[in-house]
Every structure is written in structure tokens, then in C-alpha cells.
Design a protein around this ligand. Sequence first.
Ligand SMILES: Nc1ncnc2c1ncn2[C@@H]1O[C@H](COP(=O)(O)OP(=O)(O)O)[C@@H](O)[C@H]1O
Ligand SMILES: CC(=O)OP(=O)(O)O
Ligand SMILES: [Mg+2]
Length: 406
Amino acid sequence: MSSSRILVLNSGSSSVKYQLLDMADSSRLAMGLVERIGEETSRLKHTPLTGDGAERERTGPIADHEAALKAVAEELAADGLGLDSPELAAIGHRVVHGGLKFTEPTVIDDAVLAEIERLVPVAPLHNPANITGIRTARALRPDLPQVAVFDTAFHTTMPESAARYAIDVATADEHRVRRYGFHGTSHAYVSRATAKLLGKAPEDVNVIVLHLGNGASASAVRGGKCVDTSMGLTPLEGLVMGTRSGDLDPAVIFHLARVGGLSIDEIDTLLNKKSGLIGLCGDNDMREIRRRIDEGDEQARLAFDIYIHRLKKYIGGYYAVLGRVDAIAFTAGVGENAAPVREAAVAGLEELGLAVDGDLNGVRSDEPRLISPEYARVKVAVVPTDEELEIATQTYALAALAGKNS
Ligand SMILES: Nc1ncnc2c1ncn2[C@@H]1O[C@H](COP(=O)(O)OP(=O)(O)O)[C@@H](O)[C@H]1O
Ligand SMILES: CC(=O)OP(=O)(O)O
Ligand SMILES: [Mg+2]
């Protein structure tokens, strides 16, 4: 394989994030985002990173993921980086749900695609978009290896005691109801980067990773392997998120159906899209919530407090699961940028050896860094995640192998 370029596609329910990387030196050639797919106000933002090309924007309706990918292909072609380029070695796809079968990145053939389709009922917001991304990319470049990198893969090391729900075993097994966990590419990347920051090998380090984006999840990583994570059968369980409720008493669902008269689909939409921060205060962007708090807005304050309370419960819980914790790592949009979230999440945990230094916490940087004071027994770190680089790295390795074997 002489070519070394990898296109990474991260298709979300209403968005596509993409990056073109050259794995010869892990440099980025272009990146972008298509948002609000299926709405009248779709937007494509394309950033060429070679030469002096400026950022470009397209607005107006983009009907579906297929149209979105075709628009992305056009933007790349306009920079001389089109999908028809012989330099392109492979396309890497983030696939959210890989069930139990996929524990490693996988070259996509018809059987793999069929298995990803079979998992749609347990990732209804995510897998359909991933599938369209794969189909469209395959149609554009049928000759290239297409690689799936699964959000669930890193979590397949969870012991049964963490992965099983306490429900009837036969029913659970029949319907494959268990905890799978998500954001695994990020948890794997960040736990490794945290070990590096501490100057240790991943095998020697226990880390709690807090991936706080729009979707949010925590994981307990012992010696480089995931032993527990907060998302479950679907990405709805666990932390309070931008629009998802996270943990609740399952009887809330029966109550809303029987007493509230809501349909199952309405409850699904309520918990996935109208809950979490947006449900609590009408905003899901932590910047806006902090701004409102600074103006004395009580509703925003309560939403923030509920978010932090849940986060603290997971920090404490995973501390107990791991027994010894070397570091806590904050990552993703909120974790990397929101100093008040980091400060509040760790406040009062000095007895556990945890503390945040106010000055270090206030520093803005794109580099992995420690924000705990020298004396803290457990280090607190901010470690920017890079799911696209991780997907590209894994895709490139697998494509090279596939090339050798063909
Ligand atoms: N400067 C910032 N301060 C506080 N929060 C931020 C900042 N920048 C981004 N965020 C938060 O990060 C979120 C997006 O995180 P991201 O990891 O990109 O999410 P996703 O990949 O799930 O779309 C935004 O909704 C916002 O709440
Ligand atoms: C699995 C998941 O929640 O992904 P995202 O954060 O991209 O929505
Ligand atoms: Mg994300």
C-alpha cells in the first residue's frame, strides 16, 4: 500500500463529521462537519488544512446522509483531494454499536454490514446513519477497503458483573440485553494518553475517564482495560447529557405510559432528545448554561447542579470499583473546555486524594495537561480526545494488512 491517506467518517443521527488524514505523518489535510441533515437549515463547514485555502460554508437543505456525503465529496474534490484520488488508501467509519461480535476494527463486507444492520434496534439514533455512510462511501469507491471502528469494542473487556443487568437471565440473553458501553474509541485513546502524561505504561495505570460531550459517558479503566462504563444497552444510560436523561428509575417509563398516556415512541424521544440539560433548562450548550448562571438564572444553576451531582456519583462509584485510582481524565467538548465543570466535579473530594488547582484549571490549551496541585495523590488531567485520529490509525493498520493479504 503506497498511498497513505485515510478518510474518516463519523456519521451521527443528524450530522457527519469528517477528516482526511495522511498517515505518513498523521497530518490532517482537511476536516469538516455537516449539521442539521434533513432540515431546511442544513450547514456544511469545510476546512482545508493544506495551502492557504480558507474555510468554506454551504447552507440550505441537505436531505439525508447520502446527500451529505456527496456534498462532502464535492468539497474535497474542490481542494484536489477528491474521493477518486489514487492517494486514498481506505475509508474509516465510526460505527456506534458493534454488539458482542465486533471486538476489533473490521474490514466491512456484506456480512459485516448485515450484522451492523441487525443492531439497529439497540442504536436507533446512530447505526442507521453509520450504515448510510458506509453504503454511500462504498458506492463512491467500491475498490477501497472500508473499515468499521466500533464505539463498543473497547468495552468488551468488562466483566459480566458490570456488563449484566440484574434481570431474568434467559430473557436478557434471548434479546441480547446487556451493557455494551459507547465512546470506546475515545475512552481507549484518552486512557492511553493519560498514562503517557503520567510517564507510565497503560498497564500500570488505573484511570477514570470522563468523556463529556453532547453525549457523555464515564469509564473505569484498569491497566489499559475497561472494567466498567456508564452507558449501557444504548447510549441513554449513565450521566446527564446534552439532550439525554441518563440514569432513571425504569418505572418512570411505565408511569409515563400508563398514567401520562405517552406512547413508547414519545417516551423514547422525550428521554433521548428532550431531556438532560435541554430538558432541565432549555439549553444543551454548557457555554450558554454558564452564561445564564453568571446572570443569576436559577433554572440553569439547577441543571448544572444535577449534571455535577451525577458526575460525582460516577467518580465515587468508579473509585470504589477500581480500588486504586492514579488519575481522572476530563475530555470532549465540555470536559476539555468547561473549567467550572471540572472544578465542581472534584470539589470536596480531598479525602479521596483529589483536588484541582484553580490556576492550572483556568489555563486554555489543546495539549494534554495536569490540573491537580503537586500534593494531590490522584492526578486530575485534561486530555483532548481525538477519535478521528484513532479511527484513522486503526483503519490504516488494518488496510495495510488487508493489502498484504490480498
Ligand atoms: N468553550 C466551551 N465551554 C464550555 N462548553 C463547551 C465549550 N466548547 C464546547 N462546549 C460543549 O461541548 C459540547 C460539544 O462537545 P463535543 O465533544 O463536540 O460533542 P459531540 O461530539 O457529542 O457532538 C457542546 O454542546 C458544549 O456544551
Ligand atoms: C454514542 C454516543 O453517545 O455518541 P455521541 O456522543 O456522538 O452522540
Ligand atoms: Mg463526540
